[in-house]
Design a protein around this ligand. Structure first.
Ligand code: HGY
Ligand code: MN
Ligand code: MN
Length: 413
């Protein structure tokens, strides 16, 4: 039997799938909202499972709703897995997460149409709640899949708006499975950069060397509501002022540490939230990240100490709760080298770089050879409905992914 030629990505098929998934949870002005375990997420899951079945894959679902399909190989061993996520933030784009899952489907389509036999099985996965926007922490499904997050603990997590619990939502959408996760022989994730580096430097492919550490913390400050007009400043217990000082301190830490340290206050709620009432209570979240794990811990400790001093000085109390604690990870050097070589062989400019965003890949890095492929994001935009990547880049990155899968899975071509 003549060996099939090296399989090629079908751009039309991949763009069609991006368009199809992009209609699920579509927002009026563009972009998508497929918050984890909502009806839109369920619809996305249903669509993904139907695609896996149509490709002839065996389909699996575990106890936290992670979904994966496996294309048989000559051997029954651990698969080479291509994964990412189809849940999004509330103002998501078409590509964050979806690109990696859909390119995984395209890899299977390309292997099938050339009847390529691989030594190892090939798997395509979509992990539950990568974003952590509705239920913290992020990378929840992949963390449970690989064992770094406890299943029962995660099933009991309440939504950030207090409306529901993960386990019940999984039952409600019918995605609490029973299949046992299988640690891959290697894990590859293809993702948009979500930052400005590749575009600014005119580079086509990022060979991602690792992911920075991520610390999410919730602060709750309790003060005393009072009249905005009659209460002298010195007699106030203003929870709002303390919250704002904590936010300013987070910003000051990032400025003093300099890049790559970043700090974000994404949520700040004041109550009772009335124009003429001194806030009795404030809740804010702080997202701190750094590629240096020790600096990240130092930044966290400094912020907590500041919060306690600021609260005490204002006659308030403060509590803080970790919502995510992920140390920086380094990806497998040999696979990063392969990504670099595969891009170069396709005459694509390529750059080794760390990831500023968290990804499911960081949950696999401690357990199996893992790496990521990036393509440029227009204006570095992401978690924004205007997120965009050029079709030529989308296809180029997907071809590099296919070449890597053929290499790692031992495709007979
Ligand atoms: O927060 C992150 O970096 C990822 O988008 N969950
Ligand atoms: Mn993502
Ligand atoms: Mn994201």
């Amino acid at each position: 039997m003549t060996r099939p030629a090296s399989p090629e990505i079908s751009g039309a098929r991949l763009m069609d799938r991006i368009g199809a998934l992009g209609t699920i949870g579509a927002l009026e002005g563009g972009g998508v909202c497929r918050l984890a375990l909502t009806d839109a997420d369920r619809a996305g899951r249903d669509w993904f499972v139907s695609e896996l079945k149509a490709l002839g894959l065996d389909v699996f679902c575990d106890a936290i709703g992670n979904l994966w399909g496996i294309r048989k190989g000559k051997t029954d061993g651990a698969p080479v897995m291509v994964g990412s996520h189809i849940d999004s933030v509330a103002t998501g784009g078409l590509y964050d997460g979806a690109l990696g899952v859909l390119a995984g489907l395209e890899v299977i389509s390309a292997l099938n149409e050339r009847n390529v036999v691989t030594e190892k099985p090939v798997a395509v996965a979509a992990f539950t709640n990568e974003e952590g926007a509705r239920f913290a922490p992020d990378m929840m499904g992949s963390g449970v899949y690989q064992g770094s997050l406890d299943l029962d603990e995660m099933l009991a997590v309440t939504a950030t708006d207090g409306s529901c619990v993960i386990g019940e939502e999984l039952d409600r959408i019918g995605y609490r499975g029973t299949d046992a996760p299988v640690t891959p022989a290697a894990y590859l994730e293809y993702h948009i950069e979500q930052g400005p580096v590749l575009e600014q430097e005119g580079i086509r492919i990022g060979a991602v060397t690792g992911v920075q550490g991520i610390y999410w913390t919730e602060f709750v400050i309790e003060g005393e509501s009072n009249h905005a007009g009659t209460t002298p400043m010195a007699l106030r217990k203003d929870a709002g002022q303390v919250a704002m000082r904590i936010a300013c301190e987070a910003d000051a830490i990032a400025a003093e540490y300099g890049p790559p340290q970043v700090a974000t206050v994404g949520v700040m709620n004041l109550s009772p939230g009335l124009i003429n009432v001194v806030p009795a209570r404030a809740r804010l979240t702080v997202d701190l990240r750094n590629t240096d794990g020790e600096k990240l811990i130092a930044a966290m400790e400094r912020l907590v100490a500041f919060a306690e001093t600021a609260a005490e000085g204002a006659g308030c109390t403060v509590t803080h709760r970790p919502m995510a604690r992920f140390a920086p990870v380094v990806f497998d050097g040999a696979i990063v080298d392969k990504i670099e070589a595969a891009a170069t062989k396709r005459q694509l400019s390529v750059k080794r770089m760390p990831s500023g965003a968290g990804h499911d890949a960081q949950m696999f890095a401690p357990d199996c050879p893992t790496a990521m492929i990036f393509i440029p994001s227009e204006k570095g935009l992401s978690h924004n409905i205007n997120e965009h990547s050029d079709e030529a880049d989308i296809l180029a990155g997907a071809q590099v992914l296919l070449d890597l899968v053929c290499d790692l899975a031992g495709a007979q071509i």
